[in-house]
Design a protein. Structure first.
Length: 404
């Protein structure tokens, strides 16, 4: 039975996804090699800790970090990163989380980096401290985050610095790292959606980050419920300790490679990340997908996506009230996008209204609405099947002709 048959059996509609590799739409379609690997992994019993040791070696080789682990998504990676920075190897602190009131728990976060995903840090018990100003973001000025603002915010209660990486913020990372390193403060980088280019797997470590979180279910093409946390061995080890099943006999426990048994004064119980357990299928699927992603040709992939977007744009070009613009991967810094500008005076519907019509279709069609308030809908081809290109065009044209 095919996936489509299963969805129909369960009463779930298949959708045309031109909104990107979004969690709520199931992320990226997985390649047959990945799904086959997951099926094969499901058929045997292994030690999850030993499998995470293998994952650490592979992730370290790919990223240049000291160690790595497979998590259940980038958000889980951020929660575990916060926990690791607050506890280190202290098993008593691990047992206390999410109550971190008796030890350093503050994580510095620039106002320009504050997103809803910061909740993942608070889940571990961290207290977020907003710093800096948003002059650039509001158009009120030209200055960004400065070293003195970081220095002034650091206190004995500070545990880490959180940095949300984007093409617009990454140039600030070396300054942040240099300022924090003098004070012994680890820097966590949220790079969940910063792939491709695949060079970013190494770039943030080359710029000095201590921990980096990547999504496994977006561009990498792994299971949707997978992610990577990579970085300093001691911090990855502390994070892994707080994710693993720790119902183990202390005398015979054999910890995975990122964990320093000698640094522990005891064997911890289940940690704050126990609910984020990664299964053998997710770990193997992510590792196979990561190998495929690293071996792929970014330029060729982007050229193919750009060609498809140009063809889609040409089919929509004759429609009055629509203007399209291709934004190449070179412009976006990641993957190509197609901007669809909706002139409501000519079409009779604004961008949010057009999005609603598309969602009401059969099958429902999803475009990215993150700029809909500007009258722009985005076609993101990352998770768009080539066979859906023509139905996508037909659905957009039909929605524009709908006068109901």
């Amino acid at each position: 039975m095919t996936a489509g048959d299963f969805y129909a059996r369960f009463g779930v509609r298949r959708r045309i996804n031109a909104a990107g590799a979004l969690t709520r739409l199931g992320g990226m379609p997985m390649a047959p090699e990945v799904t086959n690997a997951m099926v094969e992994a499901s058929r045997g019993s292994i030690d999850i800790a030993e499998l995470q040791s293998a994952a650490s070696r592979i992730v370290a080789a790919v990223t240049g970090a000291e160690a790595g682990m497979v998590t259940t998504g980038a958000s889980a990676a951020l929660t575990l990163a916060a926990a690791a920075c607050m506890t280190g190897w202290d098993v008593a602190r691990m047992a206390a989380l999410p109550d971190a009131s008796t030890f350093p728990r503050e994580i510095l976060l620039p106002r320009t980096h504050r997103t809803a995903y910061a909740q993942a840090l608070r889940t571990a018990g961290a207290r977020l401290i907003d710093i800096g100003h948003n002059d650039r973001g509001t158009g009120a000025g030209v200055r960004g985050l400065e070293p003195w603002e970081i220095e002034a915010a650091i206190t004995p209660a500070t545990a880490a610095f959180m940095f949300a990486a984007t093409p617009a913020t990454t140039h600030d990372l070396p300054m942040v790292v240099a300022t924090c390193r003098v004070r012994g403060l680890p820097v966590i980088v949220d790079a969940a959606a910063q792939l491709p280019p695949k060079g970013n797997l190494r770039r943030f470590f080359e710029l000095g980050a201590d921990l980096v979180a990547f999504s496994g279910g977006k561009a990498i093409g792994g299971p949707q419920a997978s992610g990577i946390l990579a970085g300093r061995r001691d911090l990855v080890g502390a994070a892994l300790l707080q994710q693993l099943d720790m119902d183990v006999p202390p005398d015979s426990w054999d910890p995975p490679s990122p964990i320093d048994r000698a640094a522990l004064r005891g064997v911890p119980h289940h940690g704050i990340g126990r609910g984020f357990k990664a299964g053998k299928e997710e770990i193997v699927g992510l590792l196979v997908a990561l190998e495929r992603f690293v071996a792929a040709d970014d330029a060729a992939n982007n050229a193919g996506l750009e060609a498809r977007l140009r063809a889609i744009g040409e089919r929509l070009a004759g429609k009055s009230g629509l203007k399209g613009m291709l934004r190449t991967a070179q412009v976006t810094g990641r993957t190509p996008l197609f901007e669809l500008v909706v002139d409501s005076a000519q079409t009779g519907v604004d961008a949010p209204g057009l999005a609603r019509r598309l969602l009401a279709g059969d099958p429902p069609v999803h475009l990215s609405e993150r700029r809909s308030a500007e009258g722009i809908l985005l076609l993101d081809p990352q998770a768009l099947a080539p066979s859906d290109d023509a139905p996508l065009v037909a659905a957009i044209l039909a929605a524009l002709d709908d006068r109901t």
